[in-house]
Design a protein around this ligand. Structure first.
Ligand code: NCD
Ligand code: ZN
Ligand code: ZN
Length: 352
């Protein structure tokens, strides 16, 4: 198979930031994805309907002419979140979901939930109205090894959460372990997981290859090879509770190449092409459409995109970086490397 046409895919976990960074990254996502779940971890976080509407307008203003792209907005869950505000935003079609960051777990999570018990009323309401909860699934207990934080989260938070709110739609975001894959595989239709392309492509050795590699550092941190293999099996299985979420998380180069670098990989420049490469390597191109374009909408109760996207087995070189004003740049995942798949008929660099 040298060419593959699928329903236009969606990205169910994406960071777009704001300002000049937003303007620089949006075109790359809009050229390949019809919709994206936009993470609310701005400073300050997106917590109100008014903030989400204003942010959505800024995103739409950054979409290049001729491209159709719909941002799906999320609300950042804090200890003080008001259930009425969330419900109003969901019913008005502004909020697609709520994002739970355990306080301190990752980039811009300082306003996150300090304890899941603080959100009982909110979660009850979400369960009732069918509003999905998206979870950064890592414990923040400093006594837990960084490579174990996801697996421990399943025991300490996920299992009790599912027991207390069995009908709540929960997405275990960016799963990185065999334990999370096994947990989600065995769960019912109310539980799903997103899988990033970088966790399908790298294991933890990549962070230390010949020296410390800050551009390979993200959270949850990449794990051992056995976990990457489990992720590849789950993603390519066609099972309905696994779908595409890049977690593309741009940071200016100087904030990664420093004494205490930010977590996050920027993968938006060639995400669907890299997923295609993984599915091709696994002999599972026939399941790419389910993972990238069908399973996500089905979970969220939305129709798949009506447009299509055609991928071709045609090598391209990923640009090394995306430039920002003032000489800054974002370093691309696989930047400068040749990759085997391209979007058919699309220029590698979106036109302004
Ligand atoms: C994300 C970011 O930079 O916002 N970073 C990351 O390493 N994935 C936050 C997140 O998704 O945890
Ligand atoms: Zn996260
Ligand atoms: Zn993320």
């Amino acid at each position: 198979m040298d060419q593959l046409t699928l329903r236009k895919p969606d990205d169910w976990h994406l960071h777009l930031r704001d300002g000049a960074m937003l303007d620089a990254v949006v075109p790359w996502t809009a050229r390949q994805f019809g919709r994206a779940i936009v993470m609310p971890n701005l400073l300050p976080p997106v917590t109100t309907v008014a903030q989400a509407l204003a942010y959505k307008a800024r995103i739409l203003a950054a979409v290049p002419g001729g491209l159709e792209f719909t941002p799906l907005m999320t609300a950042y869950l804090t200890d003080g979140t008001d259930a009425d505000e969330l419900a109003r935003g969901f019913e008005d079609g502004v909020f697609a979901a709520v994002k739970l960051y355990p306080a301190g777990a990752t980039t811009n999570s300082a306003s996150g939930l300090t304890d899941i018990s603080k959100a009982t009323a909110v979660l009850e309401r979400m369960q009732k109205i069918g509003m999905p909860l998206l979870v950064h699934g890592e414990v923040t207990d400093p006594a837990v090894d960084i490579f174990d934080r996801e697996a421990v989260f399943i025991e300490r938070v996920m299992i009790p959460l599912r027991k207390d709110f069995p009908e709540l739609k929960v997405v275990f975001e960016h799963v990185t372990t065999r334990q999370a894959v096994d947990y989600v595989s065995a769960a019912d239709a109310h539980t799903a997981a997103t899988i990033t392309v970088h966790h399908l492509m790298i294991n933890r050795n990549a962070i230390f290859q010949g020296g410390i590699r800050p551009h390979m550092y993200c959270l949850p941190i990449a794990k051992r090879e056995e976990h990457r293999q489990a992720l590849r099996q789950a993603a390519t299985s066609g099972k309905p509770n696994f779908f595409l979420g890049t977690d593309s998380a741009p940071h200016p180069r100087h904030t990664k190449e420093t004494g205490c670098g930010c977590a996050g990989l920027f993968t938006a420049v060639a995400a669907i092409e890299l997923y295609a490469q993984v599915f091709d390597e696994e002999g599972a191109l026939a399941n790419l459409e389910a993972f990238a374009s069908l399973n996500g909408p089905a979970f969220y109760g939305l129709a798949p995109n009506s447009q299509t996207l055609t991928l071709a087995r045609m090598a391209q070189t990923v640009p090394a970086h995306v430039d920002l004003p003032g000489g800054e740049a974002i370093v691309n995942f696989k930047g400068g490397e040749q990759i085997p798949w391209s979007i058919s008929g699309a220029a590698a660099v979106p036109a302004d």
